[in-house]
Design a protein around this ligand. Structure first.
Ligand code: MN
Ligand code: MN
Length: 292
């Protein structure tokens, strides 16, 4: 059995993430500025008593993941957009990771494909099942609806202050995989695409994470590291940083291997991608979904 106090943290994080995710999704409307949405909802996470596990991801259309507003971002939602809202909340490092897709056009079948795949995968989770079986179910559900799952994005294990641990939950059928055990905590996140089913890095990077503790000389870089120190290596947004020469500082920190950049991940131009995600805790005979 998972420790009672840790379970309580996961459950509280899940409650807050669910509420704030749904509020964020409700704000996705044509003409809404993206920066206003992310600033509002990130503050709401704090007001609800949670902490931000990663910047609120808002990724549109062919962009599958890792976009968020930049400082002074002028972008607004437009009619026709397929908008992924992906949120991470933690309590004492115990993370709830959850996402929904909002359709501002006529792509409800695409949105349903990832949601149905998630639902089916969750229904299969129990000790003894392999992650390969979950991937096969996701693949089957999405391809059966005429779309492709994104093969190089996966669900992932969660631990205290650890966002991307084992097991990996594939979105395609793989041989073998990891056997699921009681008390495992992981996020399942199917992506359905009208494109190639593979994502690659775009030029845009708004999200970063510290990956090493190394002495830093540049004053602006020192300031960035001081500002993100209490994140325990959890990702941060460029938008959160204050002061001057932030881009020079980030670039220097990346070159010296102190931080890692998470570029926006996109499928081919003109394609549309939907995503659905929940966090689960495996029990003796199934799982608890903390974010539903
Ligand atoms: Mn997520
Ligand atoms: Mn995730």
């Amino acid at each position: 059995m998972i420790d009672e106090d840790i379970l309580a943290c996961y459950m509280q994080a899940g409650e807050i993430a669910k509420k704030c995710r749904d509020h964020a999704a409700g704000m996705v409307k044509p003409g809404q500025k993206i920066v206003e949405l992310v600033d509002t909802v990130e503050q709401e996470i704090l007001d609800e008593g949670g902490l931000i596990a990663f910047p609120l991801n808002i990724s549109r259309n062919a962009d599958a993941a890792h976009d968020t507003a930049g400082p002074g971002d002028e972008r607004e939602f437009m009619a026709g957009d397929v908008v992924k809202v992906d949120m991470g909340v933690h309590i004492d490092g115990y993370v709830a990771d959850t996402a929904v897709t909002v359709d501002l056009g006529e792509n409800n079948l695409l949105v349903e494909a990832s949601a149905a795949a998630l639902k089916r995968a969750i229904s299969l989770v129990r000790p003894g099942v392999s992650t390969g079986e979950l991937g096969a179910a996701i693949h089957d559900e999405i391809t059966g609806r005429g779309y492709l799952p994104i093969a190089n994005l996966t669900g992932h294990g969660l631990g205290q202050y650890r966002l991307h641990g084992s097991p990996t939950i594939p979105n395609i059928g793989i041989k073998g995989g990891t056997i699921i055990e009681e008390d495992m905590v992981f996020a399942i996140e199917p992506f359905a695409s009208t494109g190639s089913g593979h994502v690659s890095n775009s030029q845009r990077t708004e999200i970063f994470g510290q990956i090493a503790l190394k002495p830093v000389r540049l004053a602006s870089a020192k300031k960035v590291i001081a500002e993100v120190r209490d994140r325990h290596s959890l990702p941060f947004a460029r938008r959160w940083l204050t002061g001057n020469k932030i881009d020079i500082a980030l670039s220097s920190l990346r070159k010296s291997g102190v931080i890692h950049g998470y570029p926006v991940l996109h499928d081919i131009p003109g394609s549309l991608v939907s995503q659905a995600e929940h966090t689960v805790i495996v029990t003796a005979d199934g799982c608890i979904v903390t974010t539903r």
